[in-house]
Every structure is written in C-alpha cells, then in structure tokens.
Design a protein around this ligand. Structure first.
Ligand code: FAD
Length: 500
C-alpha cells in the first residue's frame, strides 16, 4: 500500500493555532516493533486515522523471522520465546488468533544443564518445578506461591510506568524480593541446581548480579512461566508481526515500509507522533524541538551490554546429555551461579567471557513447520560488551558442546551476528543492546527520563513509545500501549483504559 506523503505542516507550530486545520493523519507512529504496533492499534481502535512508518522492507522490529541459513529453515532473527507476549495484558485482549497467531507451549519452559549431567527445570507448574529442585523445592515454593496468588495484581503493576500501587501490601511483598540483587536473593537456595536455575533467569536482566532489582527480572520470568507459559509462535515470531499488522489494517490503519525517518520534516501533517525508537535516534530526529533539560536527560541515557547471536540449521536435534534439555523450548547454558555471574560482570565491564552464559532456543522440536522434514534449527545468543565486533562463534559452540557432546557434528549451516551487526540490523539496538537501554534501577520505571510521564517528550505532540520507556525490553507492547494512552489523553482528550 502506498501513501502519498505530504511534507509536515503542523508539528512545529503551536497546537492552538493548528487544531482546526485538517491533518493528513491524526497520529503517525514511527517504527513497527511490538511497541509501535501496540501504540498504533490503541490509537486506531479509538477511531483515529493513523499511519505506521517502518524503515525496513518488512514490519516487525524484534518479531521478524527469515531463512537466515538454508532454504526451508525459518529462524527468528531476534525474539524467539514469548512469555512476555502471552502474559501481556494488552496483547492478550487482541483477537490475534483470528489473524493467524498460534502459540506453541514446549514440554518444559526452560532447562538448565550442569557439568554433572543433571538439569534443573522451569515447568509451567510451580509444583513440578518444586519437585525437580529437591531440597530447594520448598524455598522455590515459598518464593513463588505468594507471587502466583497475586499475579493479576503484579503483572499490570510491573508492566507499566510507576504509579502508587492500588494494593500496597501485595506490592511491598513483591518489592522486598524483587528489589534485591540476584546475589542476595539466590541465597535462599542451597543447591547448585536451585542457585543455577535462578541465576539463568536473573541473567536476562543483562546486568551484573550485584545490581539492585536484578531479582525482579528472574521473578517476573518465572511467574510468567507459571501463569501462561513460555511459548514460541507457530511458523516463527514473524507470524506475530503479521497478525498485528493484519489486525491493525483491519481497523483502518495504514502502513508504509521502506520509510526511514531521519527528520520531522519527512512526516505528513498530524497532531501526534509516537516514536518506537531509542533516545539516541529520537535526538537525531527531533532533538531541535526539545528543551535543554530533556536533551541532556536523553543524552545521559545509559545503554547496556550487547548480544552475539548464532542461528543454526541442524541435521538432527541437539544431543544434550540431560534428557530434560532435549524437551525444553529454552536451555540456559552457564552451569553454576558463579560462572553466570562472572560472565555477566565481564560483559558489563567491556570484556568477553571465556565461558559466556548462552541462551539457546530449539523451536523446531515443537514446530516442524519451520524446517524441512527431519531437520532442526537452534537459536543461541550470549551477552558481550556493547558495540563488540568480535567473532565468538567458537566460544558459543564450545559452551553448547560442553552439555551436548556431538553438537558440532549436527551443524549444516550457521548465521552469525556480532553486537555491531545487531544494531546494523535494527537501529533501536544501540551497540547490540536488545532492551532499549540498561534496566538499572535508575532507568526502570522512569526511562528514558525522570518526568511526570516517561512517554511524553518536552515537545508538544511528540511521544516516545519504545522499549526505552517502561516497562522496558521484551515483546509485550506495553510501552506502546501506555504511550498511546497518554497521547490520547493529552492530544485527543480521550481517557482510555483497556487494562484493569
Ligand atoms: C537476538 C535477540 C533476541 C531476543 N529475544 C527475545 C525473546 O526471546 N523474547 C522477548 O520478549 N524479547 C526478545 N528480544 C528483545 C525484543 O526483541 C525487544 O525488546 C523488542 O523488540 C523491543 O520492541 P520495540 O517495539 O521497542 O522495538 P523494535 O522491536 O526494535 O522495533 C523498532 C522498529 O522501528 C524501526 N525503526 C527504527 N528507527 C526507525 C526510523 N528512524 N524510521 C522508521 N523506522 C524505524 C526498526 O526498523 C524496527 O522495525 C530479543 C532481541 C534480540 C535482538
């Protein structure tokens, strides 16, 4: 679909003067990641006319899939495992199944192998997870059961901007655990298996384990598994992007691809622009519209470590020694908490670990539609210094081989991306940071800047809606939803609350 783009006519003029002038669109959204789509859908659902602009030839941001290795092998270029999607209060109320979305739940959410041949397992049920953890089972149950009981209060709270909790006692209980550094909370476990399982979850924070609130990420991920699971998407994550696009278009939304926004002057006339981009890009596009304070805040925004990724086409499933790993959608490769903590600390400090923590997904075990008959794929990445250009495929493979002897013999083809390539692929991943900025406590609820609303920039009508706003990285769309809600209220005088 081609949209005639008329040069910008209003955004730099005071709204009072232009409000009666007919605009090409009520709102323009820049970037088609999960947050761009969530924003566009929220606005379009209110009957506004909206246009979504995407720099690349296809929509999706972190939800794209492609034949990266050999014909017939579909790989998830970025996100693969979607606990944040299925648990998202916004996405779960959209009719996406009608537009082709199908979740597949692997036998086990995640497995974590150890050098002794054993594996800890995150099951969908708390009880099964507990049983598998032996003497650490009761500690796990005591940790997770109260959170599970209050999950319908916790999820909406953690998946949005900071607000005074409607249930302060419940959130205080969660906060006492979540705000702890992972090094502290992990002490409730006595065994290497219990500590290791927890460490693998906390490492998703992409922060050293000594940092405040690194436990929060672990708790939210484990709670997500117990609530609705850690699914993958049939046919590849791209199908989620396709379903969001089809639903948005069915509401009347317009999409323009191959449209890289570098200046406000490129945009058609509109009353609001929502940017699914990071602060660095926002400054380049609209910096001349911002106050000195806001410009300084965006310039001081901190990005976190990057990722190094390898995708594999395989002749057979990965021959993990531990049987549980052969039935798990995700495998956390890092052995003990000590090894994982060291790996994360090194990457944060600009160094490459000899034994990096590797996050591995094996989608084809549960979704044969992605591969030629009998063949398989693997998706693996580890954390590296921001902007790293080093090739560490050998090191990644050594780590996998350590828990799956014979892995290398199964490789038919591979596709590698260092941290710089990751940014080259998607301009939002600054230096390979896939979370849109480090989730430090100072940037958790107030990212990208300390303001009454983190979504509203200092320029009238301009909003930021990417993972660089609360609640941060992941395929949940909640940043986009909250930003759109704010724009609806400020610009269009509409109070919308779809999430109770
Ligand atoms: C290797 C990897 C693995 C990951 N694994 C997972 C996972 O398993 N589960 C999970 O939940 N998350 C995962 N993530 C993180 C997740 O992909 C991101 O946190 C999420 O995509 C952020 O969403 P977003 O909408 O903020 O931005 P993005 O998804 O990054 O989308 C931004 C879009 O905006 C476009 N854009 C940028 N600048 C411009 C411009 N100037 N003009 C026009 N368009 C522009 C980009 O091309 C892109 O399409 C992973 C990411 C990577 C890279």
């Amino acid at each position: 679909m081609k949209i005639k783009i008329v040069p910008l006519t209003c955004i730099d003029k005071p709204f009072q003067k232009t409000i009666l002038v007919k605009k090409d669109f009520d709102a323009v959204i820049v970037g088609s990641g999960p947050n761009g789509f969530a924003a566009a859908i929220t606005l379009q659902q209110q009957g506004l006319s909206t246009l979504l602009l995407e720099a690349k030839a296809t929509v999706g941001g972190g939800m794209r899939s492609a034949e990266l290795t050999l014909p017939g092998f579909v790989h998830d270029v970025c996100s693969a495992i979607q606990p944040m999607t299925i648990n998202s209060p916004f996405f779960s109320q959209l009719p996406l199944e009608q537009f082709g979305l199908k979740f597949i739940e692997p036998t086990y959410a995640a497995a974590h192998p150890f050098d002794n041949g054993k594996a800890a397992v995150l099951h969908q049920s708390i009880q099964q997870t507990t049983e598998n953890l032996g003497i650490d089972g009761s500690a796990y149950e005591k940790l997770m059961q109260p959170l599970y009981k209050n999950r319908n209060i916790i999820f909406p709270f953690v998946l949005g901007p900071f607000k005074f909790p409607a249930h302060p006692l419940v959130m205080a209980g969660f906060g006492l655990k979540a705000l702890q550094p992972a090094t502290s909370l992990s002490k409730i476990f006595k065994t290497a298996e219990g500590k290791g399982l927890f460490a693998g979850m906390a490492a998703h924070s992409m922060l050293p384990f000594s940092k405040i609130a690194t436990s929060a990420v672990a708790l939210v991920l484990m709670l997500s598994a117990h609530n609705k699971g850690w699914p993958l998407i049939q046919g590849g994550s791209q199908k989620l992007a396709d379903a969001l696009a089809a639903y948005y278009v069915s509401l009347g939304g317009k999409i323009e691809t191959n449209f890289n926004v570098t200046s406000l002057q490129q945009l058609p006339s509109t009353r609001a622009v929502l940017f699914d981009v990071s602060p660095k890009q926002l400054l380049q596009i609209a910096g001349n519209k911002f106050s000195a304070l806001y410009t300084k805040q965006l310039s001081n925004y901190k990005y976190g470590m990057g990722v190094y990724k390898v995708d594999y086409a395989l002749s057979e499933p990965i021959p993990f020694t531990a049987a549980e790993c052969r039935q798990s959608g995700t495998v956390h490769i890092g052995n003990t908490i000590e090894e994982i903590a060291l790996s994360e600390k090194l990457a944060w400090n600009g160094k490459h670990a000899d034994k990096p923590f590797v996050l591995l997904a094996q989608q084809s075990l549960f979704d044969a539609s992605r591969v030629p008959e009998g063949k398989h794929t693997a998706w693996a990445y580890c954390h590296v210094p921001n902007g790293s250009t080093k090739n560490i495929t050998d090191i990644v493979e050594r780590q996998i081989e350590r828990f799956a002897p014979g892995f290398k013999d199964c490789i038919l083809a591979k596709h590698e991306m260092n941290a710089a390539d990751i940014q080259q692929y998607n301009a939002n991943y600054i230096g390979g940071d896939i979370n849109g900025g480090a989730p430090l406590i100072s940037q958790l609820f107030t990212r990208p800047a300390l303001r009454l609303s983190p979504y509203k920039t200092s320029a009238k009508g301009l909003y930021i809606c990417s993972a660089s706003t609360p609640p941060g990285g992941g395929i949940h769309g909640m940043c986009g939803y909250h930003a759109a809600k704010k724009a609806l209220k400020d610009v269009f005088g509409m109070n919308v609350n779809k999430i109770r």
